[in-house]
Design a protein around this ligand. Structure first.
Ligand code: UT7
Length: 323
């Protein structure tokens, strides 16, 4: 009797969305004490998209989700779970996922937000994967969407040049076979809350607050944590770094991507880099990079992917996926 293949969450479609307005480093230098040279040299960032008044986390999430559903060939009736990873929800409540749900016409299904900042998409993906594997969901929309421009201190050149707005989405479906999410590892360490945080909140100041970061220390932790979680998740999946076709990392800083690749002996050309075009879009960055590389033909069915991210909390995680 042949063994039945495991039930897995397979990526059936990807989508992304960016605000209309693209802002270059030179544009920023007109209102912030910075230069294109400094930003490119220290971060690799050249452009970011910034939301206009009529563009919100939910409008970007809806557009990304619609494109992912179209790519998957799924209609609203097929979706039974929606998770939005965001640190910049439209409102404190209800969950942005319910706004997305209503716009898509998926009313009635499970819908909630996950808050793990830049690692939010990995956390959301892991929850959806678990629900699919145990059979409490069949087809899920997992979205990372942010409007970080609204929580930036535009007087702080050490942070405001680093971030952008956007959204990315995947449609996951249960399948029995070799494809799908093979392993995920998540971590958090609240001892580092004060290195990257927002200085306000609904339950404290009653305001949204502004982003604060000790960049150099975050950088150091990012390289160590990301390389260790990548090794951990590959071991759990029974795969090796040599077999990986593409690493799709959180896009915070090109130097973090290079340093992590070097530490892992990973060929730099296997790392998907979109930080130059989008800057750091927090929870949106991994699915935005994924969708970019799927649509430009680099990522193909059957490829072995590693998705990874690290952010405020700290939180960090990685996922191995047979695409
Ligand atoms: O998504 C969550 C994860 N986030 C991250 O991973 C971010 C991690 N950190 C980083 O990417 C980098 O640490 C930064 C890009 C934030 C900063 O790069 P750095 O090489 O660590 O620079 P620094 O903060 O040590 O600053 C170096 C210098 C300072 O001047 P002095 O004190 O050496 O004279 C800053 O005042 O650069 C100056 N500086 C700037 N100059 C021009 C800081 N920001 C700017 C700026 N333009 N925008």
């Amino acid at each position: 009797m042949s063994a039945v293949a495991a039930r897995r969450a397979v990526i059936k479609g990807t989508g992304s969305a960016l605000p209309r307005t693209r802002v270059s480093n030179a544009d920023l230098a007109e209102r912030v004490d910075t230069t294109d040279e400094w930003i490119v040299e220290r971060t690799g960032i050249r452009f970011r998209h910034i939301a206009e008044d009529d563009e919100t986390t939910s409008t970007l999430a809806i557009e990304a989700a619609q494109k992912a559903m179209q790519a998957a060939g799924f209609s609203s009736a097929d979706i039974d779970l929606i998770i939005v990873a965001t640190a910049t929800p439209d409102q404190t409540f209800p969950a942005t996922a319910t706004i997305v749900q209503d716009a898509l016409g998926c009313n009635g299904c499970v819908a909630f937000d996950v808050a793990a900042v830049c690692s939010g998409f990995l956390y959301a993906l892991s929850v959806a994967d678990s629900m699919i594997r145990v059979g409490s969901a069949q087809n899920a929309l997992v979205i990372g969407a942010e409007t970080f421009s609204r929580i930036l201190d535009w007087e702080d050149r050490g942070t405001c040049v680093l971030f952008g707005d956007g959204a990315g989405a995947v449609v996951l479906a249960a399948e029995h076979g070799e494809r799908g999410i093979l392993a995920t590892r998540l971590h958090a360490d609240g001892a580092h809350n004060q290195l990257l945080y927002v200085d306000g909140g609904a339950g404290t100041t009653g305001t949204v607050g502004k982003l604060r970061m000790k960049g150099r220390e975050v950088f150091r932790h990012a390289v160590v944590n990301l390389s260790s979680v990548l090794k951990e998740v590959l071991e759990e999946a029974g795969e090796s770094i040599e077999k990986v076709d593409w690493v799709v990392p959180h896009q915070a800083n090109a130097r973090i991507l290079d340093a992590t690749a070097k530490k892992l002996n990973l060929a730099p050309e296997k790392v998907i880099k979109t930080v130059d075009m989008h800057a750091n879009t927090s929870a949106a960055s991994v699915p935005l990079a994924l969708d970019t590389a799927v649509r430009d033909g680099r990522i193909k069915p059957g490829d072995l992917l590693v998705l990874e991210a690290m952010g405020g909390g700290f939180t960090w995680g990685a996922s191995v996926i047979r695409y």
